[in-house]
Design a protein around this ligand. Structure first.
Ligand code: UDP
Length: 253
């Protein structure tokens, strides 16, 4: 059975209530930094790992959209040291996310997963522009959508893109992949006694000033009652286990 046939069969079971899943439609935020290493901006091993993790969750009939960052290649905040103005720098950062999206698309296609890249800025020879109804249509057909070029506007981040696109496509959760396995009371690298939260409310996260996503992104999730799961991207089966409802990382709700 091809991955798309597997997806369709599993999706039918989910729709008939024969297969229980916690989340049927998810938005995964993958930072650009997670793709690279100190030597390479895109590392083959990381790329293949994320593609496999997405594929494993996808074949269980889940609808998946991905927002990809560009920090491994360029961030708008780097522009001032290069004497480049911020808006120009932000556009460079958005183009960087398209490069990452193309790499992830190829890695998923190597696993025979159907994908579409949608972009926040027009780059028609490469991918489709973001059109909400088309995006929903793609995921309903079992294609993994990769949202690139952020929101297409400077001064935003791909975290904000993740929140907004999740709301727009009616995803049930934002999965925020990070280098640590959740949200801690303090920075676990600085204080080994820091404790991990299994669950935390939006209100408490505000009160404790926990840095989970940028404020715009976080507020958008809060106002739209969209839960966020912060989890370790490197650990195998995390995405799959979250969609099944297992406790992984930290749930903000
Ligand atoms: N960016 C932007 N508008 C957006 C999304 C991204 O201007 O809607 C630019 C911004 O310069 C940002 C860069 O693209 O620094 C790369 O995105 P981000 O830093 O969010 O990537 P990540 O940290 O996830 O790798």
């Amino acid at each position: 059975m091809s991955p798309n046939e597997k997806w369709k069969a599993a999706r039918k079971q989910i729709n008939r209530g024969e297969l229980e899943v916690r989340y049927k439609r998810i938005l995964l935020k993958l930072s650009g930094e997670a793709l690279g290493t100190t030597k390479e901006s895109i590392d083959l091993h990381h790329l293949q790992h994320y593609a496999q993790e997405i594929q494993k969750a996808h074949e269980t009939g889940i609808e998946i959209a991905v927002v990809i960052g560009g920090g491994n290649i360029f961030r708008g905040t780097m522009s001032s040291s290069l004497n480049i103005d911020r808006v120009q720098g932000d556009h460079m950062g958005m183009l960087a996310t398209i490069i990452n999206a193309m790499a992830l698309q190829s890695a998923l296609e190597n696993l025979n997963v159907y994908t579409r890249i949608m972009s926040g800025i027009r780059i028609d020879q490469v991918c489709e522009p973001f059109i909400r109804r088309r995006a929903i249509r793609h995921i309903e057909k079992g294609r993994v959508i990769i949202f690139s070029a952020g929101l297409g506007s400077p001064y935003f981040t791909t975290d904000s893109t993740a929140s907004l696109r999740a709301v727009e496509i009616e995803a049930e959760v934002v999965l925020k992949g990070t280098q640590v396995d959740g949200i801690y009371s303090e920075d676990p690298m600085q204080n080994p006694k820091a404790t991990r939260y299994e669950k935390i409310s939006f209100q408490d996260a505000y009160k404790k000033n926990l840095q989970i996503m940028d404020k715009t992104a976080f507020t958008l999730c809060h106002e739209n009652h969209l839960p966020i799961v912060v989890f370790d991207l490197k650990k195998s089966n995390n995405i799959l286990n979250i969609t099944k409802g297992h406790t992984v990382g930290t749930l903000v709700s």
